[in-house]
Ligand binder design. Sequence first.
Ligand SMILES: Cc1cc2nc3c(=O)[nH]c(=O)nc-3n(C[C@H](O)[C@H](O)[C@H](O)COP(=O)(O)O)c2cc1C
Length: 214
Amino acid sequence: MNVKEALLKRHSVRAFLPDAVEKEKLDAIFAAASRTPSWANSQPWEVFVATGETLGRIKAAYMQKYEEKAPSEPETPRPKQWSQSAINHQKQLRPDMERDCGEAAAQFGLLNQVMFNAPAVIYICMDKVLSEWSLYDIGAYSQSLMLTAAEEGLGTIPAITLMHYPDVLRRELRIPDSLKLTIGIAIGYEDRNNRINNFVSERSPVSETVRFFS
Ligand SMILES: Cc1cc2nc3c(=O)[nH]c(=O)nc-3n(C[C@H](O)[C@H](O)[C@H](O)COP(=O)(O)O)c2cc1C
């Protein structure tokens, strides 16, 4: 699979099969992603992978928090403001999902709450003293992970909902105080029978986003 093929194949998977991800595949993915560029090769990513009983405890603790209606507190806070262009794109998400997935689109909220039934979640942290440039590096690292996963036949989704309750993640994954949680990426084998995975998100035409000057 070449890079363009991986870019086209990758999409956010919101329903996974229970099958575990082979450790060799995870190792291959992290080895490839470690080649991501970063400011002066600072390599800010600190990665914690939850699987098996640990992930089971995280999911159970999250479910309890949802039942208690505990406020979500991601450590990289939700944006306070969006541009008009971003708002327009976001508004299109739900109708497009209903177009592609029909009634399965209604599972969106619940699947987020159960961490998409993923067998593994990758949590990426960075040192608290680092700047937003390191968040840029982590974004690039995340895409490297997701493209390599696509090549390995695995589905992924980066999700803020995975980061809702950092206290649970810190306890279960023994994340040191010096680190900030940035993003979680669920990974596993895609459930192709769940129509929510049929969603193909739109993109603006290149002519609207790229300006050439010569
Ligand atoms: C930082 C970030 C946070 C996201 N959080 C969520 C989330 O909490 N729940 C969800 O279902 N999708 C989430 N997504 C997935 C986006 O909705 C998705 O990437 C976008 O709609 C484009 O679709 P695609 O990934 O299938 O190309 C997130 C994506 C990113 C990059």
